[in-house]
Design a protein around this ligand. Structure first.
Ligand code: AN0
Ligand code: CP
Length: 310
């Protein structure tokens, strides 16, 4: 594995899940693997879980960790190609990355989409600038279109429940802000690599990009989709077809105890952060897998870093 930005970068998903579970059983077994090496974590957007779980995983492998929150600590970055920089921006992204290359052996980046222009966001200009200008492995900490460390942690969590051929329902839920499609895109492209039966439920108008839904059954009726679910993976996203818009939805898509009763004793999942009593009710969240998922972010990151270091 040369980089970790999408499921296609991974040679064997099952092996990576087993490696993460092995790290969970014995976190310090490779605590010298990263000795003398440095990972840089670059954040262009906020984070709680991704920052701390990746930092913890790196420490477990003996890596030195440098973290920069570009939105707070850095110079204002220019992202365009060939600009005359006589305006607001102070440093070009590619110069910043080439400098980080002097300090770091691995580089990880969080770069959310602008949600204004689908073509631009889905071309992943920032993530690709990191891949082009950094000499070592690049790791996505959630880019415009994907959140692979989250998806890996989610599959580890599903694996831990040992349900043979589970039904996994991925459901859209309400949210007051417009959010990226990255988490749901990514979860879909990972979960279809397992033997799960996958059903995607969302209101009309919230269709995802075709590349993430091939082979996935879509149902616009949430109750119907939830029937018999072993896992309910819930997430809000804004429209892809009317890019970044949030068309009004008449029915109530919040996950409640009543909705969970339609499932096969199903377990609620969400990547967090979650808006309580908007996305799902308190009781659903309090009796869910969300903290196990968040905990598994460490082992997902550790398995990925171990593979990249080897
Ligand atoms: C972000 C998103 O939906 O992509 C990050 C999730 C891990 N969520 C919010 O901005 C609330
Ligand atoms: N789930 C997740 O990536 O959380 P953070 O945005 O807090 O990192």
């Amino acid at each position: 594995m040369k980089k970790f930005t999408a499921v296609k970068d991974v040679e064997n998903v099952e092996e990576l899940i087993l490696s993460a579970l092995d790290a969970k059983r014995n976190p310090l077994q490779n605590n010298q693997l990263g000795a003398g090496k440095t990972i840089g974590l670059v954040f262009m957007n906020p984070s709680l879980r991704t920052r701390l779980s990746t930092e913890k995983a790196a420490q477990n492998l003996g890596l030195n960790v440098l973290v920069i929150d570009v939105s707070k600590d850095g110079w204002k970055l220019e992202l365009e190609d060939g600009p005359v920089m006589d305006g607001d921006t102070q440093e070009h992204l590619k110069d910043a990355i080439k400098v980080l290359d002097m300090y770091c052996d691995l580089l990880a980046v969080r770069c959310f989409p602008g949600l204004e222009n689908a073509k631009e966001d889905y071309a992943e200009p920032i993530l690709n600038a990191f891949i082009q200008n950094f000499n070592g492995p690049v790791i996505s900490l959630e880019s415009a279109t994907r959140h692979p460390l989250q998806s890996l942690a989610d599959l580890i969590t599903i694996k831990e429940k040992s349900i043979d051929k589970p039904k996994v329902v991925v459901s859209w839920a309400p949210h007051p802000k417009k959010l990226p499609q990255a988490v749901v895109n990514s979860f879909l492209e990972w979960v279809v690599e397992t033997n799960a039966e996958v059903v995607l439920a969302h209101p009309k108008g919230y269709e995802l990009s075709d590349e993430f839904v091939s082979g996935v059954v879509v149902n616009h009726n949430q109750d119907e989709a939830l029937a018999g679910a072993d896992f309910v993976y819930c997430k809000n996203w804004s429209s892809f077809s009317n890019y970044g818009e949030t068309p009004e939805v008449q029915e109530d898509w919040t996950i409640t105890d009543e909705k969970m009763k339609l499932t096969n004793n199903g377990q609620f999942m969400h990547c967090l952060p979650i808006r309580r009593n908007v996305v799902a009710t308190d009781n659903v969240i309090d009796n869910s897998l969300v903290y196990q998922q968040a905990g598994n972010r460490v082992w997902a990151a550790q398995a990925v870093l171990k593979t990249l270091l080897q």
